[in-house]
Design a protein around this ligand. Sequence first.
Ligand SMILES: Cc1cc2nc3c(=O)[nH]c(=O)nc-3n(C[C@H](O)[C@H](O)[C@H](O)COP(=O)(O)OP(=O)(O)OC[C@H]3O[C@@H](n4cnc5c(N)ncnc54)[C@H](O)[C@@H]3O)c2cc1C
Length: 489
Amino acid sequence: MAEAVVIGGGVGGMAAAIRLRAAGHDVMIVERNEVLGGKLAAQSIGDFTFDTGPSLLTLPEVFDDLLATAGTSLADVVEPVRLDPICRYRWGDGSSFDHRASAPDAVAEVDRLSPGSGPAFRAYLDHGRRVWEVSRRTFFAGPMESPVDLVRRMQGPSDLWAVDPLRSLDARARSHFADPRLVQWAGRYATYSGSSPYAAPATLACIPWIEQSSGAWYVRGGVAGLADALGKVVAGIGVEVRNATEVEAVRADDEAVRGVRLAGGETVDADVVVANVDATHLYADLLPDQQALRRVLRAPVSSSGFALLVGVEGRTDHLAHHNIAFSSDEAVEFADIFERRQPPGDPTLYVCASAVTDPSQAPEGCENWFVLVNVPPASAVDWDAEAEPYRDHLLERLARWGWDLGGRIRSIEVITPLDISKRYRAWQGSIYGTSSNGRRAAFLRPSNRGPRRGLYLVGGSSHPGGGLPLVAISGAIVAAMVEADLLHR
Ligand SMILES: Cc1cc2nc3c(=O)[nH]c(=O)nc-3n(C[C@H](O)[C@H](O)[C@H](O)COP(=O)(O)OP(=O)(O)OC[C@H]3O[C@@H](n4cnc5c(N)ncnc54)[C@H](O)[C@@H]3O)c2cc1C
């Protein structure tokens, strides 16, 4: 059995560690932060608690599948709560749409918002189902070392058409919906991979179906509780965990990895090294490799995020757990983020107030507002100078939506792209690692296999990309590759 070291204890790293340990290997996770979880994290400010990374869990079955390898299940280790509505969407003209958890209710809500659009919404979900059925057994079913991998897993040309990779998500949405509000709603799902609806492939049309069919979930006590739970599982099955320990280098000769060197000089021998760190960090610092680094930098980086953590006095009428207030012009908003590379002046505001579902997250009668907007990669903006003015700008925008928090703020902090970059060593403060922008994005993502024998990449910057379920799938793909490679040695 191999000795394996996982560098980084994000969700992808823990998923790989659990599977490798379940397969009988000796596994060590080395994480530079005090706690495991990476971006899946929480912050307490006074009596308010905020999920500072993921606030929405989708595809819980991916975690059931992972946890089954350790003899447990998601519901055994956390309390998942299915949300209804999934999200409350608002537009500047005063209209709103509750995306309800049951499909018939959601269709009825769409018909109320936009009379006659219900069937198009139903058809869009059905289309998403077909995309997902094909994607899960092709794109998500294994590594993507070349397009041939994908083609080999397809059953025929109809599969290729089904995943609709050539047109943009926006174009697909326009072909379904006459109402521009529904086009904007459908395009928003591009941001689930830090992308623009004008550049990301229409394959992402499967996400609304995924939310509709397997639910939008919260974890009671905070979504970050999933990180603690995975951490306990990891330790419980005998993975050795070294917290607050930085890996300084991957040790390797020309052929294979030999282990890692920790800050302070200690070395750990291993014949398998799984890097859960951003691929840029791996190839720039840990195992310097100019060629690999150049290839990584060709993959489009995901957008970053600017967040307000606001402890709010009192309760707000008509506030749901997840709320979206759409920008008045999404074309301008996405051009700001991806072309002009500036924080959008009129951003779509995402407000998560988990205290609506879970009173433990705020003092009695109060709300924990996590306000997130998509912004360009960290280096595009001088956030040391811009954080405060942009915070005030967002508070003004919130007030225009009728959410004047003015006299109700008990505490307020911000998270900038620089913070995301520093806390997790996330390249450019990217939320998701690599984005899906461009037809070749899926093929430009760094491979799960590194350039030396025994080196593997797991997590948001490699295949299949970012988001909690995807990085967990990435862990499964890597663990299967390790097994296959060891068999052939
Ligand atoms: C604001 C925000 C909101 C998000 N919202 C959602 C959401 O609602 N739903 C969703 O599914 N996803 C969401 N995501 C994305 C999701 O959080 C990520 O895709 C996922 O958690 C990334 O996991 P990962 O395995 O790639 O590792 P990461 O979380 O990136 O962890 C990598 C780990 O490696 C460690 N590390 C780095 N360098 C070293 C080193 N040299 N030595 C040791 N350790 C090192 C880091 O400290 C970190 O812990 C959000 C992310 C953010 C930031």
